[in-house]
Design a protein around this ligand. Structure first.
Ligand code: ZN
Length: 146
């Protein structure tokens, strides 16, 4: 478990204990749901999108520390972004956690960079982002990482 302790940095623990933007969003006009069966993570995402800009975003669900912290951090960085910026962030975040690139400017999302040392946890970290893609595409069927 020492490896996992290294992975669970302070930022991750903080967002796991007190997730930001957690709960329903009555003004949402895009919703999506995602599962990571490997770990049992489940996330529901609610977005309020106006003129292509993400005005507000909330999430609900339950999962491990990595998936919860990742969803919480994601909701914080997405507010005010347009859909193109959100997709670019998703690609850069994917590079960050898989170690396939060294994206710069991801700010607090970089707290999850340690996930690259634990390939089995990458899907925990990317679940919220896969769900975001589904929400932006207005996909009605729940997404799964498998
Ligand atoms: Zn997980």
């Amino acid at each position: 478990m020492n490896e996992l302790r290294d992975l669970y940095q302070e930022v991750i623990f903080d967002h796991y204990r007190s997730p930001r933007n957690y709960g329903p969003l009555p003004s949402a006009n895009r919703d999506a749901e995602g599962h990571n069966p490997l770990c049992g993570d489940h996330v529901k995402l609610h977005l309020q999108v106006e003129d292509g800009i993400i005005r507000d975003v909330h999430f609900e669900g339950s999962g491990c520390a990595i998936s919860t912290a990742s969803a919480s951090l994601m909701t914080e960085v997405l507010k005010g972004k347009d859909e193109v910026e959100a997709m670019r962030l998703m690609e850069e975040f994917q590079q960050l956690v898989t170690g396939t690139g060294e994206p710069e400017g991801l700010g607090k999302l970089e707290a999850l960079a340690g996930v690259r040392e634990f390939p089995s946890r990458v899907k925990c970290a990317t679940l919220a982002w896969h769900t975001l893609l589904a929400a932006l595409e207005n996909q009605r069927v729940p997404v799964t990482t498998e």
